[in-house]
Design a protein around this ligand. Structure first.
Ligand code: T4K
Length: 372
């Protein structure tokens, strides 16, 4: 009988050493610059761009505001084709910009938006595609760029799960017109709340920087109806410290992933995703997919069983975004249009993964799944 006293959640944030953070806080207390592109904000953007291997980055209060601002920056209107298999913020960012989301189905291997389905969903109103690198696995970058070029569409990647991910040695954030990151507490790299937009030229970065500061381009000039989405100095200082530890944290995530893969390999009805060729992964999630017939238990039964034992996995992403009341009336939300996504959403559980997950805790989780 497995007994787990302390709850194990799907994730737990990694925090930098408190003493080191206190030192940076002292500097903030001393110079009294708390926000509005202060010294830590500037330094964080610079070090983050270097770390990620990108040219231009603008940091934000959170990933959702980064997504909303990315759409504003490119003047996106009309319809945008996106995935129903994501966190609601992806689609909400369209709604907040008065853009109609059009859902297309996902592909069956890594559950990212399917380029063929995207092409079939294009109408004269389509202005952009917004795919998500789900669980940090890169989308079909080449196919999406080809569609964007052919049809004259913008390409905005929701890369909230893809911090530090590389394809053939190049950051996945260097593809498309813009990419956004989330630095929420639950992510591989966190600034408590936080996010960023990555772009490829100085002019676009300038425009994004204006937009996140009410549209101010100087003391008395407002060039657009911007928003307040700036990251503050305390978060930026915390982010700078986090950069020192992120590689060690990713290495621990890799070890945890490898143990799950080894131990869950031969359980009938339990599937997981393997690393993609040519990709450096950062192991943001560990989703497993339950085939109820083979496993002899449904996903929800396994989910409840784990919960009974104090293990709180999460069904990311169930229900599909297209099933929420705001979106289920859309023509593209019909389950027939989204058959792969509908199936996957009914099978998935993300298992606990975070740097401080202990080996014996992980052994217990594995045992619970094995013992049914
Ligand atoms: N695009 C995509 C593809 C995304 O996945 C997200 C966010 C976004 C855009 C938007 O980015 P942000 O605006 O959030 O920067 C969580 C996160 O709130 C959300 O950021 C994330 N995706 C989503 C996938 O997961 P919940 O509602 O599942 O989180 P919550 O609070 O239930 O946390 C999960 C578990 O983590 C808790 O049971 C305990 C643990 N936890 C959580 C927090 C917040 C901690 O131990 N400490 C903490 O501080 O949404």
């Amino acid at each position: 009988m497995i007994k787990i006293d302390k709850p194990i959640y799907v994730t737990q944030p990694a925090l930098p050493p408190l003493e080191e953070f206190t030192e940076l806080l002292k500097q903030i207390w001393h110079n009294k610059i708390l926000t509005n592109n202060g010294p830590f904000h500037k330094q964080f953007e610079k070090e983050l761009a270097d770390y990620l291997g990108v040219k231009y980055i603008s940091v934000f209060t959170n990933g959702t505001l980064a997504l909303m601002t990315a759409l504003q920056a490119l003047h996106i209107t009309g319809e945008v084709i996106t995935t129903p298999f994501s966190f609601v913020a992806t689609t909400h960012s369209l709604w907040w910009n008065n853009i109609k989301p059009v859902f297309a189905d996902i592909e069956p291997n890594y559950f990212n938006l399917d380029p063929e389905k995207v092409e079939a969903a294009i109408t004269p109103q389509t202005t952009a595609i917004m795919p998500v690198h789900v669980y940090g696995n890169p989308c079909n970058l080449e196919a999406f760029q080809k569609i964007a070029d052919t049809y004259g569409l913008k390409l905005i990647y929701d890369a909230a799960h893809a911090f530090g991910v590389k394809v053939n040695g190049d950051s996945v954030l260097n593809f498309g017109d813009l990419s956004i990151l989330s630095f929420h507490a639950t992510k591989v790299f966190n600034t408590i709340e936080g996010g960023a937009i990555i772009c490829h030229d100085a002019k676009t970065k300038q425009r994004i920087d204006y937009l996140k500061n009410f549209g101010f381009a100087g003391e008395t000039t407002v060039i657009a109806p911007g928003i307040n989405a700036k990251m503050n100095e305390i978060q930026a200082a915390y982010g700078l410290l986090q950069l020192k530890y992120v590689d060690a944290n990713i290495a621990k995530r890799k070890t945890i992933t490898e143990l799950y893969r080894e131990k869950l390999a031969n359980i009938p009805g339990i599937k997981f995703l393997n690393d993609m060729e040519e990709v450096d992964h950062t192991y943001s999630y560990f989703p497993v997919f339950v085939d109820a017939k083979l496993y002899e238990k449904t996903r929800d039964e396994l989910y409840e069983e784990l919960k009974k034992h104090n293990v709180f996995g999460r069904r990311y992403f169930y229900p599909l975004i297209s099933q929420f009341p705001t979106y289920r009336g859309l023509l593209s939300s019909k389950p027939d249009n989204l058959s792969v996504a509908t199936k996957v959403a009914d099978q998935v559980i993300c298992l606990p993964i975070y740097p401080e997950l202990e080996k014996n805790q992980q052994d217990n989780i594995i045992q619970l799944i094995k013992s049914k």
